[in-house]
Design a protein. Structure first.
Length: 280
């Protein structure tokens, strides 16, 4: 077996240090030891542990369990493509894909884990069963690591959930570019796009521009992963606010990095500020 590339090791150590799992000597911190108890990606375990602070660990563990299915929740038969697309859109919620996954989970729980409901909504029952098994395992580990199971006191407010996700995935932050149809990662300056499977995807209008009328992409997002096809796409993304990055990762981000580009002077007709308020 070949040793992993040095650059890959460096990136992994840098990420663990940024997450607070390692100290400056490369040793596991107290937080790192708690994170290591969970058989998940370190960013997911960080989000789960931090969710206690935001009083939404029950919702976050459900989201993490759904993410473990590997983007295999929905299916679309060729003969029923229109119905399947509409069924998927019925679960879309403001805030992004993580909130959509939570909506699917909650709806399935309300049916008492019905197989028939999955078929009616073009959802893979096998994937949901896997998510349920993963969730049960994670809850047992939460008890072992003293992470209480807390339910969001205001289900209509998804800010606590999105902050908890941001606390684990601040490393994967992207800002909308002035063109309004693509993003650039903050730390690595890489151009990325919203994946067409995302609930936030706006499609393509005439001439390759953004579709769906006057809708615009959120200024800031964090993503679960990048996938490359014809371009680099962000998959499983959630809308955030830039100030949250200073709240959850002040050691990693500086205010100057997160300055709103819409406040900077631009030449005439050189682009527009994304999601700006209409003039009055």
């Amino acid at each position: 077996m070949d040793a992993p590339p040095v650059d890959t090791l460096k990136k992994a150590l840098e990420q663990l240090y940024a997450l607070g799992a390692l100290n400056s000597r490369g040793e596991l911190t107290k937080l790192g030891r708690r994170m290591a108890e969970f058989p998940t990606d370190p960013m997911l375990s960080k989000s789960l542990i931090v969710s206690e602070k935001y009083e939404c660990s029950e919702e976050v563990v459900s989201i993490i369990s759904m993410l473990s299915t590997g983007n295999a929740i929905f299916f679309k038969p060729k003969s029923e493509a229109v119905q399947a697309d509409q069924a998927r859109k019925n679960f879309f919620r403001p805030g992004g894909d993580h909130i959509t996954l939570l909506a699917v989970w909650d709806a399935w729980v309300e049916t008492n884990y019905s197989i028939a409901w999955c078929r009616e909504n073009y959802i893979q029952h096998r994937s949901m069963k896997r998510a349920r098994d993963v969730r049960d395992q994670l809850i047992a580990l939460m008890d072992r690591t003293e992470v209480p199971l807390l339910s969001n006191p205001d289900p209509g407010n998804t800010v606590p959930l999105r902050k908890a996700i941001t606390a684990g995935f601040f490393y994967n932050t992207a800002r909308l570019q002035r063109t309004g149809d693509s993003y650039r990662t903050v730390k690595h300056n890489q151009t990325v796009m919203v994946h067409p499977s995302s609930s936030l995807y706006l499609g393509k209008g005439e001439g390759g521009g953004i579709g769906k009328g006057d809708k615009e992409y959120p200024k800031w997002v964090v993503y679960h992963e990048l996938v490359y096809t014809t371009r680099e796409f962000m998959r499983q993304i959630v809308e955030i606010r830039s100030e949250w990055l200073l709240e959850v990762a002040p050691h990693y981000y500086k205010a100057a990095e997160l300055e709103d580009e819409s406040t900077k002077k631009m030449p005439k007709q050189a682009g527009r500020a994304p999601l700006s308020a209409p003039a009055t």
